[in-house]
Design a protein around this ligand. Structure first.
Ligand SMILES: [Zn+2]
Length: 378
C-alpha cells in the first residue's frame, strides 16, 4: 500500500460518524476465510468472508490530486494466499478508474482504494446470513453506467419485455481439481452437477431458450469468471447454479434452492456515492433479490412436483436465502439448486442414476419455463 500511495500527499480524515474500533485486541484473531472480486454491470464488488463478525476502522481521505482515497481497516490477519486471486483481479491494469491495495498493518487488514470520484462511488456494507456467515462487501459503483440505468435499460426488465429470446446461464458447480463434495462410494459432486446441467441445457434449448454454460467440460472456471461471463459476456436473463450437498449428518437429505436478497446487507458502513445513484443501486439490488426469491420458489416447487409425479419421495428443504458468491455477484435473478446430499447413501445412488438426473433437469427446466411465463404475463 505504501508503494502505491508513495507520491500523493494526503490528509487522512477519520469520519466521526462511523464506528471506530481499536486495531488491536481479541478480534484481530478473526480469520479471513475467503475474498472475491466480482465484476458486475453497474458495480464491481470486493467480498470478504470472516469466521466471526468483523470489526472495522473506517477512514476516508481526500488526496491532493484528482483522485480520492479511502481506507477500510478490518480487524483480521490477512492471509495473502487466500486473497491472491482476488488481488490479482482487482489490480489488473485494465482497471483504470480505481485501484485497490490490500495489506497488513499493525495486525489489521487495510483495504485502500484510490479512485476517480467522477467515475466511481464506493459503498461498504456488512453481510450477515441466518447461517451465521459474516462478511463485508465493498461495492465500486460505476457512476456513468448507474446514471444510465432506467426503466428501459434495466436488465431485470428485459425478460418481461420479451424483446429477445431469454438468455439462460447454467452454472455447473466446481470442475477439474475442484471436485466439490466427494460422497458415498467416492462419487464426485462436479460430475453430478455437470450431468444434470448438460441435460438441463438440452431441455431448455428444446423449449427455445438461448442457453449458455459457464463450463461444458471437466475444467476449472473460477467463480469470478462465471459471474463475469453471465454479467458482461452474455448479459444473462436468468442464472442457475447446479450443486449437490454434503453434511456431517449422513441422514440429511433433500433438495433446496438458494437465492440472495438484499436483506443480507446492512446499511452502508461507509458510502461515497451520491444519494441518487445510491438509490438506483439499492433499488436494483432490491428488485434483483425479490425476483431471485420468486425464481427460487418456482424452481424448488417445480423440481419437487416433477419428482413426485415420477414417484420419487424427497425431502423438501425449500427455497432459502444465502449470500453465496455467484448469487451476490450476478446482475440477474439467480438461484443455486442443491440437488441432494451426496453424503446420504440413498441420495448419492439416486444422483448418479441417469433417470433421476433427467427428472431433476426436467423439474428445473419446468420451473424456469413457469417463471418466464409468469414474468412475461404479469
Ligand atoms: Zn458445490
Amino acid at each position: 500500500m505504501k508503494r502505491f500511495w508513495g507520491r500523493s500527499v494526503c490528509l487522512v480524515v477519520v469520519l466521526s460518524t462511523l464506528p471506530v474500533a481499536s486495531a488491536t485486541g481479541a478480534a484481530s484473531a478473526n480469520r479471513l476465510q475467503k475474498m472475491f472480486y466480482l465484476k458486475g454491470i453497474f458495480s464491481d464488488r470486493l467480498v470478504c468472508y470472516f469466521a466471526h463478525r468483523p470489526s472495522f476502522d473506517l477512514q476516508s481521505a481526500q488526496s491532493s490530486g484528482k483522485r480520492k482515497q479511502a481506507t477500510i481497516a478490518i480487524q483480521t490477519n490477512l492471509d495473502t494466499a487466500i486473497c491472491k486471486d482476488a488481488l490479482e483481479r482487482c489490480n489488473a491494469p485494465k482497471n483504470q478508474t480505481y485501484h485497490l491495495s490490500v495489506a497488513n498493518e499493525a495486525g489489521c487488514m487495510h483495504i485502500a482504494v484510490a479512485y476517480d470520484p467522477q467515475k466511481i462511488g464506493i459503498d461498504c456494507r456488512r453481510i450477515t446470513s441466518k447461517n451465521d456467515k459474516h462478511g463485508i462487501i465493498v461495492q465500486f459503483n460505476h457512476k456513468k453506467r448507474l446514471g444510465r440505468l432506467n426503466e428501459r435499460s434495466n436488465p431485470l426488465h428485459r425478460l418481461a419485455s420479451g424483446t429477445r429470446t431469454p438468455h439462460i446461464v447454467i452454472d455447473c458447480g466446481h470442475g477439474d481439481s475442484d471436485t466439490g463434495t466427494i460422497g458415498c462410494g467416492g462419487v464426485q459432486e462436479k460430475e453430478v452437477n455437470r450431468s444434470v446441467g448438460m441435460h438441463l441445457a438440452s431441455l431448455l434449448r428444446k423449449r427455445g431458450y438461448n442457453v449458455f454454460l459457464t463450463r461444458k467440460d471437466d475444467e476449472h472456471v473460477a467463480l469470478e469468471e462465471r459471474v463475469l461471463f453471465a454479467n458482461r459476456e452474455i448479459s444473462g436473463d436468468l442464472f442457475v447454479s447446479i450443486h449437490a450437498n454434503a453434511a456431517a449428518n449422513v441422514k440429511a437429505s433433500g433438495i433446496e434452492t438458494f437465492y440472495c436478497s438484499d436483506s443480507v446487507f446492512s446499511d452502508p458502513l461507509f458510502t461515497d456515492t451520491p444519494t441518487e445513484l445510491s438509490e438506483k443501486s439499492n433499488s436494483f439490488a432490491r428488485d434483483k433479490g425479490q425476483a431471485s426469491q420468486l425464481f427460487a420458489d418456482y424452481v424448488q416447487r417445480s423440481v419437487l412436483d416433477t419428482l413426485a409425479t415420477q414417484q420419487y419421495r424427497v425431502n423438501d428443504r425449500r427455497a432459502k436465502q444465502e449470500p453465496f458468491r455467484v448469487l451476490l455477484g450476478t446482475d440477474m435473478p439467480a438461484v443455486l439448486v442443491e440437488l441432494g446430499f451426496l453424503t446420504n447413501e440413498q441420495e448419492a445412488q439416486r444422483l448418479q442414476d441417469t433417470q433421476y438426473q433427467s427428472a431433476l433437469a426436467e423439474g428445473i427446466s419446468r420451473g424456469i419455463a413457469s417463471y418466464v411465463k409468469f414474468v412475461q404475463h404479469a
